[in-house]
Design a protein around this ligand. Structure first.
Ligand code: HEC
Length: 442
């Protein structure tokens, strides 16, 4: 199939992370002659979408506050926003569900503004136009608000060089009665810690329960580099039992300098005595049906499936792959009705191992699925020289735990529904959709 000219231009822009942006011929960028300036147009965008990470003490490499700080980065900023590499948000916004909680993505118009500003020589503009500085609470602030409980795991010294490290760390859970978790976030405390923690799964478990590879007890939350917080929908929670210990099943790796891995867990709890109506599940699902087999120099596809035996409301989607991860899609295969089986592509997200992003669906679009629905994982691993993260495209790669091996599954967050609840929620959704006026990003 031949691509149209404008489409191939977009593809090139994305693949090469180049600055070229496909702007439709009749776009406002070309018809308005008003000057775009830092103080009036660009600073508000950077405040909202970039400074959360690009400020002193946060994980990004440079601060994007003042004009003087931003100016030297102008060309790089243009390239990163035009290719949608920044802010990190890799879900394909042209497919399936596009409404998420805390979506940091820039709108087409915002990208256009930044590109136009850089192309015009990145002028400062009138200092009086500058918005008041955004107030931040503290560096590394919790995304879940102030936690009711912070569980700190013991610090772990990671040598400058050595094999990948796997194991578990233990910490007490200081509660005197059973409580339900409302929101949870794993935080890698320092910047050097951030670099050495490849991933860390936390569990709550009875003392002595579980194996050293972390499959015992109740799973709480996954953390991997660049991961954001998980907030459960209202009335939904995860049980935290008193007297148990928190277990962190970790995977650290050396980074060429000595570093300390310091991980802590922040939890917002429901009030004492409150039991939410629904338990929120989160599991690694749809593992590939055959072991990953990614020959040297190629792109390989694999598929995995998980059947949901009860009706469900899907809450979040998070791809998990390693360095060769290119893209992952979640398709729903609905139960066969008569002779018809329908499928629906829910999301596709490009993958970058620096960023393990959870896409939390907005409440009014969380997929409501009947019992028997199959979650289908379609994924691609890129072991070619075109992938800058492929360590050695001349080598075959397969499954494994190490950072240089591959993995591929998704984390799905969901709540189970009774048949009654499913029918009611579906009817409510349909009614709301009939009332809704179409709206889009601006
Ligand atoms: C969630 C945190 C986060 C947000 C939000 C974010 N960045 Fe970044 N940014 C990073 C990190 C971490 C890096 C370095 C690693 C990487 O490139 O993935 C980076 C790298 C960059 C770079 C490349 C720096 C270099 O060394 O070449 C640019 C340019 C950039 N960001 C611009 C932006 C802009 C503009 C925004 C907002 C529109 C933004 N970022 C939003 C975390 C963030």
């Amino acid at each position: 199939m031949r691509m149209t000219k404008s489409l191939s231009c977009c593809v090139v822009a994305v693949v090469a992370l180049a600055g070229a942006l496909c702007i439709p011929v009749n776009s406002s960028a070309q018809t308005t002659g008003v000057e775009v300036t830092f103080t009036k147009d660009v600073a508000p965008i950077l405040q909202r979408s970039c400074q959360g990470c690009h400020r002193a003490g946060e994980l990004a490499p440079m601060s994007l506050g003042s004009y003087q700080e931003v100016r030297p980065w102008a060309r790089s900023i243009k390239a990163k926003v035009a290719s949608r590499a920044m802010p990190p948000w890799h879900v394909d916004q042209t497919i399936g569900i596009t409404k998420f909680k805390d979506d940091p993505a820039l709108s087409d118009r915002e990208i256009e503004t930044i590109v136009k500003w850089v192309d015009a020589g990145a002028p400062q503009g009138n200092p009086a136009d500058l918005p008041a500085p955004r107030q931040f609470t503290e560096a590394g602030a919790w995304q879940i608000g102030t936690p009711d409980l912070i569980i700190k795991f013991p610090a772990y010294a990671v040598a400058a060089a050595g094999p990948d490290l796997f194991g578990e760390l233990l910490a007490d859970i200081p509660i005197d009665e059973d409580r339900y978790i409302k929101a949870i976030q794993t935080r890698s405390v320092t910047r050097s810690s951030h670099k050495v923690v490849h991933h860390a799964l936390s569990y709550s478990a009875d003392r002595g329960e579980g194996s050293t590879m972390g499959d015992g007890g109740q799973f709480l939350v996954e953390y991997a580099q660049g991961k954001n917080a998980e907030v459960y929908p209202e009335g939904t929670g995860v049980l935290l039992k008193k007297g148990q210990q928190a277990r962190l099943s970790y995977h650290f790796h050396s980074i060429g300098e000595e570093a300390k891995a310091e991980v802590e867990l922040g939890l917002v709890l429901y009030p004492k005595g409150y039991a939410p109506k629904h338990i929120r599940w989160s599991r690694q699902l749809a593992q590939p049906t055959t072991p990953l087999d990614i020959p040297a120099g190629t792109v390989a596809r694999s598929d995995g499936y998980t059947i949901l035996h009860k009706p469900a409301r899907l809450i979040s989607f998070q791809p998990h792959m390693h360095n060769l991860g290119k893209r992952q899609c979640l398709e729903l295969i609905y139960p066969t009705s008569g002779t018809r089986t329908t499928t629906e592509l829910i999301n596709c997200a490009d993958f970058n191992n620096n960023w393990h992003l959870t896409y939390n669906y907005a409440d009014d679009v969380q997929p409501l699925v009947p019992a028997g629905t199959i979650l289908h994982n379609i994924q691609w691993h890129d072991n070619s020289a075109a992938n800058p993260r492929a360590l050695d495209p001349k080598n075959w790669v397969g499954d494994g735990q190490r950072t240089i091996d591959e993995m591929g599954f998704f984390w799905i967050g969901w709540v189970e529904l009774t048949e009654e609840e499913y029918k009611t929620q579906l009817a409510e959704r349909k009614a709301a959709q009939r009332m809704a006026v179409p709206s889009g990003r601006q």
